[in-house]
Design a protein around this ligand. Structure first.
Ligand SMILES: [Zn+2]
Length: 90
């Protein structure tokens, strides 16, 4: 795994320390991660990291296992055409 203190863009060890939050200017809604193949939207906390040198912003999903599509997940659009779940979806 790469060093979280090292910028993935400029390679400088200038990533800002500490817990950094991002939010939209209008509300506090979580960024939504959308699995477009399934029409499923997942709410997952994103952990941003910001390089103090070049400004590069990286995002990490705190609980990547939550992005897996399960049989309980329903497409947000009821007209969404179902695609059968494939092995690589899990
Ligand atoms: Zn950088």
């Amino acid at each position: 795994m790469s060093d979280p203190d090292v910028c993935g863009h400029c390679g400088d060890k200038s990533m800002l320390k500490g817990d950094i939050g991002l939010r939209t200017s209008r509300d506090m809604e979580l960024i939504m991660v959308v699995r477009k193949d399934h029409g499923v939207e997942k709410k997952v906390p994103l952990q941003p990291s910001v390089c103090g040198k070049c400004g590069f912003v990286g995002l990490f999903v705190r609980s990547p296992e939550n992005l897996r599509i399960t049989t309980k997940d329903k497409p947000i659009n009821p007209d969404y055409k179902h695609r059968p779940l494939l092995e690589y979806d899990f």
